[in-house]
Design a protein around this ligand. Structure first.
Ligand code: KOT
Length: 831
C-alpha cells in the first residue's frame, strides 16, 4: 500500500502496508472480538476490520491533538442537534487513501469486502438536509486542516427505520448501537453536570455582592463519546463529540436505602431519556419539554467542555471568543447564547457588559428554513419550568436590546413588538431565532435566494438593524462520500481522464469540459451510467421485488416527504402519463422508471398519504400489461445515507420541484448533478445556482418564480383556475378509487386539499411541469445531446463542494487558520 504523503515513518502496528493490515485485522479478530474463523460471523469480521482501521485513525487523532495543543489553535465548534453521518468504514478508507488495497487484503483472506461493509449500521442521528450538511461540513473542516469540534447528542435511537406495509409507512426503532459502535471512544473523565428546572434565588456572596443562585429541580450528567473525523489524505483527525445523558450516580443510594426502589430507578431512567431518541420531525416543531431539555443539555455540556479545554490550555475565560468560534446550526442550539452568559456572569462573575461582548463575538447563526412552522418558539411557561435562570437572562438581554432599538428607531413602537425576543401577541413565547440574531456577530442563509429572502422577509427587521451581520453561504456536499466512495466507476473514469486532484479541489472537474465533445469519452460515460443503473436495478429487485429496465430513463426524487417539496406534483404527472398511455396505447412515450424515496414525520398525515398514493399508483402501473413496461414506479423504502449512496450514481434525472421560495437550498440537487444527472427544477434554493453554473441549456426549468408565487398568493390563489382537462382526468381517476380498490375516500384529504387550498401551488405549476417533462423526454432520445449535458453537469459542479462552503465560512466568519499535522508514532510520545 502507498502511504499517505508526508508520513515520516510508520509504527509497525498502524502501518498502511497490505501485510501489516492483514495482521492487524486478524489480531483484532482474536484479541478484540475473541473469535476465530470457525466461529466468526460476518459482523465479527466487520468489527475486526473497523478496529484495524480505527487504530490508524487514532494515530492521526493523537498527532492532531498534539499539534493543536502545542499551537493553542483557534477552534471552530459546530453546534448541531443533528449529525447524519452515514457509515464510517468506507469513508475512512477513502480518506486514508487505502480503500482499494484493503479491499484486496480482505479478498486475499477469503472474505467478501462488500458484505463486511454492509454490516455497519449507519448512525442516522439526523432527519435530512440539516443533519447531513453538518456531516459534510466536519468532513471538509478536517480536509482543510481547520481545528474543529462537532458537538451534538448521542441519540440511542436515531431516525426511525421506515418499512412499507400495504403501501403505508411504518416506523421501527433504529437500534443502531445493538452490536456496539467501534468508531466511538467513551471519555468518562470529561463528564459534566447539567442542571434543569427548579427556581432561582438571590443571595449575597462573601464580598456582599448581590448574586443569583439557580436551585435546580434535577441534575443529569453528560458523558462525551468521541468519534475521530479524518481529513482526506492528510494527517488531520478532528473530533465529533456527542453527549449521552446519564443519572448522576448509576443508582441513587439515599433513595434506595430509604426503600424507595422505584424512585431510585425512575431517577436513572428519567436522566437517560434525555439522549434516548431523535425527534423525527423535519421542518416542523413540536413544543415538547423533552426537546428543549435535549437542546439545553448538549449546549450546556459543550460550553462547559470548551471552558475545561481553556483551563487545560491555561487560557483566561476573557479570551473565550479568541479561542472558539461557535456556529449555531439553526436555532436548535440557540439557547447557547443565554447559557454562555449564565456561565460567564453567574459562575465566573464577569460583568454583564464584558460577558455580552464575549458572547456576541463567539456565536454565528445559520438559518436553514423560511417555513413559519419551523421557526422555533417556546411557550414562556414551559421555558420557565425548564430554564428559569435563562428566562431571566433573556429578559435582561431583551431589555438592553430593545433600548438600542428605541434609540435607533425613535418612536417606532410596532418595530419593538416585532423585534422583541418575546412574542406577546396572545400566548407568550420565547423566539429562538431572535435570540440567535441578537447574540451572534453573523447571520447567514444557505443559498443566494434564501439569503435574500431572509434579509427582505423573515429577518427583515434584524437586517435593517444590522445589515453588516448578514451574508450568504451557499451549501455544498463532500465529494469524498458523494463521488469517490459512492461512485467508484465514475471515479476511475475521471482518474483516467483528468487525474484525481478533483477529490480535494472539485473545481478541477472543469477539465472534463472539452471531453463532452469526444465521442469515445461520451461512450465510456454512458457505459458507466449504464453499469450503475444495472447495479441499482438489482438492488431494487432485491428490496422491492420489482424488475426495472436499465434502458429506461431513471427519474429520481429522494428526500424527506413534505408538501413543499411536492412529491405529489411528481406522482400526478406519472398518473397523467399513465392516462395518456391508456387512452392511446400507441402513444409515443419515453420509457421511464420513476424512483421515489423518503421518510415522512410520523405525525404528518398528509405526507404519509402521499407515500400511500405513490405506492398505490406503483401497484397499478407496474402490473398493467397495457403499459407494456414503458412506465415503472418504485418507492424505495428507508431512504437514508446508505441508500443515497446507491441511488445518486444511477440517476439520470433529478427532481427538484419545490414551490419557489420554500426550499432553503437543497443538497441532494448537488449530489445528483455532480454524478451526472440532469435536473428538472424550479427557481428555488440552490437550483438557481446549479443552473447558473451548468448553463441554462443543460437544466430543465419550469414553474413560477418565488416572486410570482408571492404575487399569485397575494392576489388570492384559486387552484381551480389552473385546472386543465388532463389534470381533471388525473384527479377524477384518483377519486374514482382506481388506485385504491374502489375506495373513493382514501385520498380525499389530498385531492380536496389540492382542489380547495393547494398551499404549495401544485396546480399552478402542473402544466409547466408536464410541458417541461416532454422536453426531458425529447432530450433523452438524442443520446449524444443527453450525454453531453450530463458530462457538463459534472464538469461544472465544482462550486458545490462543501470545501468551498467551508473556505467561505472560514474566511468571512470563523477566521480559524488551518493547522497542518505531522504524524507522530509511539516513539514520539514520552510517558
Ligand atoms: C428543521 C427544523 C427547524 C429548522 C430547520 C430545519 C431544517 C432545514 N431541516 N432541514 N433543513 C434543510 O437544511 C438543508 C441544509 O441547509 C437545506 O439544504 C434544505 O433546503 C433545508 O430544508
Amino acid at each position: 500500500m502507498k502511504p499517505v504523503e508526508n508520513e515520516p515513518y510508520e509504527d509497525e502496528r498502524t502501518a498502511l502496508t497490505k501485510e501489516a493490515f492483514k495482521r492487524a485485522f486478524l489480531d483484532n479478530l482474536f484479541y478484540v472480538q475473541g473469535k476465530f474463523p470457525a466461529l466468526a460471523t460476518q459482523n465479527d469480521y466487520y468489527q475486526a476490520l473497523a478496529c484495524a482501521v480505527r487504530d490508524r485513525l487514532l494515530q492521526r487523532w493523537i498527532s492532531t491533538a498534539a499539534a493543536y495543543t502545542k499551537q493553542g489553535s483557534r477552534t471552530v465548534a459546530y453546534f448541531s442537534a443533528e449529525f447524519l453521518m452515514g457509515p464510517h468504514l468506507g469513508n475512512n478508507l477513502i480518506n486514508l487513501g487505502i480503500y482499494a488495497q484493503v479491499r484486496e487484503a480482505i479478498a486475499e483472506l477469503g472474505l467478501d469486502f462488500d458484505t463486511l461493509l454492509r454490516q455497519e449500521e449507519e448512525p442516522g442521528l439526523g432527519n435530512g438536509g440539516l443533519g447531513r450538511l453538518a456531516a459534510c461540513f466536519i468532513d471538509s473542516l478536517a480536509t482543510l486542516e481547520i481545528p474543529s469540534l462537532g458537538y451534538g447528542i448521542r441519540y440511542e435511537f436515531g431516525i426511525f427505520h421506515q418499512e412499507i406495509v400495504d403501501g403505508w409507512q411504518m416506523e421501527r426503532t433504529d437500534k443502531w448501537l445493538r452490536f456496539g459502535n467501534p468508531w466511538e471512544i467513551l471519555r468518562p473523565e470529561w463528564a459534566v453536570e447539567v442542571r434543569l428546572g427548579g427556581h432561582t434565588e438571590q443571595y449575597r456572596d462573601e464580598h456582599e455582592r448581590l448574586r443569583i443562585r439557580w436551585v435546580p429541580g434535577k441534575v443529569v450528567v453528560g458523558v462525551p463519546y468521541d468519534t475521530p473525523i479524518l481529513g482526506y489524505r492528510n494527517n488531520t483527525a478532528n473530533t465529533l463529540r456527542l453527549w449521552k445523558a446519564e443519572a448522576p450516580e448509576s443508582f441513587d443510594f439515599s433513595t434506595f436505602n430509604r426503600g424507595d426502589y422505584g424512585g431510585a430507578v425512575r431517577q436513572k431512567v428519567w436522566s437517560e431519556t434525555l439522549s434516548k431518541v431523535l425527534y423525527p420531525n423535519d421542518e416542523q416543531i413540536q413544543g415538547k419539554t423533552l426537546r428543549l431539555e435535549q437542546q439545553y443539555f448538549f449546549v450546556s455540556a459543550s460550553l462547559q467542555d470548551m471552558m475545561r479545554i481553556m483551563r487545560v490550555q491555561k487560557l483566561p475565560l476573557e479570551r473565550f471568543h479568541e479561542k472558539f468560534a461557535v456556529q449555531l446550526n439553526d436555532t436548535h442550539p440557540a439557547i447557547a447564547v443565554a447559557e454562555l452568559m449564565r456561565l460567564l456572569v453567574d459562575e465566573h462573575v464577569l460583568p454583564w457588559e464584558q460577558a455580552w461582548d464575549i458572547t456576541c463575538k463567539t456565536f454565528s447563526y445559520t438559518n436553514h428554513t423560511l417555513l413559519p412552522e419551523a421557526l422555533e418558539c417556546w411557550p414562556l411557561e414551559l421555558f420557565k419550568s425548564v430554564l428559569p435562570r435563562h428566562l431571566d437572562i433573556i429578559y435582561e438581554i431583551n431589555a438592553r436590546f430593545l433600548d438600542e432599538v428605541r434609540i435607533r428607531f425613535y418612536g417606532d413602537e410596532s418595530r419593538l413588538v416585532r423585534l422583541s425576543l418575546i412574542d406577546e401577541n396572545g400566548e407568550r413565547y420565547v423566539r429562538m431565532a431572535h435570540l440567535a440574531c441578537v447574540g451572534s456577530h453573523t447571520i447567514n442563509g444557505v443559498a443566494e435566494l434564501h439569503s435574500e429572502l431572509l434579509k427582505h422577509d423573515v429577518l427583515k427587521d434584524f437586517y435593517e438593524m444590522w445589515p453588516h451581520k448578514f451574508s450568504n453561504k451557499t451549501n455544498g456536499v463532500t465529494p469524498r462520500r458523494w463521488m469517490a466512495l459512492s461512485n467508484p466507476r465514475l471515479t476511475n473514469l475521471l482518474g483516467d481522464a483528468i487525474g484525481d486532484a478533483w477529490i480535494k479541489n472539485l473545481d478541477e472537474l472543469i477539465e472534463l469540459e472539452p471531453l463532452a465533445d469526444d465521442a469515445a469519452f461520451r461512450q465510456r460515460w454512458r457505459e458507466i451510467k449504464h453499469a450503475n443503473k444495472v447495479e441499482f436495478a438489482a438492488f431494487v429487485k432485491e428490496r422491492n421485488g420489482i424488475a426495472i429496465d436499465p434502458q429506461s430513463l431513471f427519474d429520481v426524487q429522494v428526500k424527506r416527504i413534505h408538501e413543499y417539496k411536492r412529491q405529489h406534483l411528481n406522482i400526478l404527472h406519472v398518473i397523467a402519463l399513465y392516462h395518456r398511455l391508456r387512452s392511446d396505447p400507441n402513444a409515443d412515450i419515453q420509457p421511464r422508471t420513476f424512483i421515489f424515496g423518503g421518510k415522512a414525520a410520523p405525525a404528518y398525515h398528509l405526507a404519509k398519504l402521499i407515500i400511500k398514493l405513490i405506492n398505490s399508483v406503483a401497484d397499478v402501473v407496474n402490473r398493467d400489461p397495457a403499459v407494456n413496461d414503458r412506465l415503472k414506479v418504485v418507492f424505495l423504502p428507508n431512504f437514508n445515507v446508505t441508500n443515497g449512496q446507491r441511488v445518486y450514481p444511477a440517476a439520470e434525472l433529478s427532481e427538484q420541484i419545490s414551490t419557489a421560495g420554500k426550499e432553503a437550498s437543497g443538497t441532494g440537487n448537488m449530489k445528483f448533478s455532480m454524478n451526472g444527472a440532469l435536473t428538472i427544477g424550479t427557481m428555488d434554493g440552490a437550483n438557481i445556482e446549479i443552473r447558473q453554473e451548468v448553463g441554462a441549456e443543460n437544466f430543465f426549468l419550469f414553474g413560477l418564480t418565488a416572486e410570482q408565487v408571492a404575487q399569485t398568493k397575494a392576489r388570492g390563489y384559486r387552484p381551480l383556475d389552473h385546472m386543465t382537462p388532463e389534470l381533471q382526468e388525473v384527479i377524477s381517476l384518483i377519486n374514482s378509487g382506481f388506485f385504491s380498490r374502489g375506495d373513493t375516500e382514501l385520498f380525499r384529504a389530498l385531492t380536496d386539499g389540492l382542489l380547495w387550498h393547494d398551499p404549495y401551488l401544485v396546480f399552478a405549476d402542473f402544466e409547466s411541469y408536464s410541458e417541461c417533462q416532454l422536453q426531458v423526454s425529447k432530450a433523452y432520445r438524442d443520446v449524444d445531446r443527453w450525454t453531453r449535458m450530463s458530462i457538463l453537469n459534472t464538469a461544472r459542479s465544482g462550486k458545490f463542494s462543501s470545501d468551498r462552503t467551508i473556505r467561505e465560512y472560514g474566511a468571512d466568519i470563523w477566521r480559524a487558520p488551518s493547522v497542518p499535522v505531522r504524524l507522530l508514532s509511539q516513539q514520539d510520545v514520552k510517558v
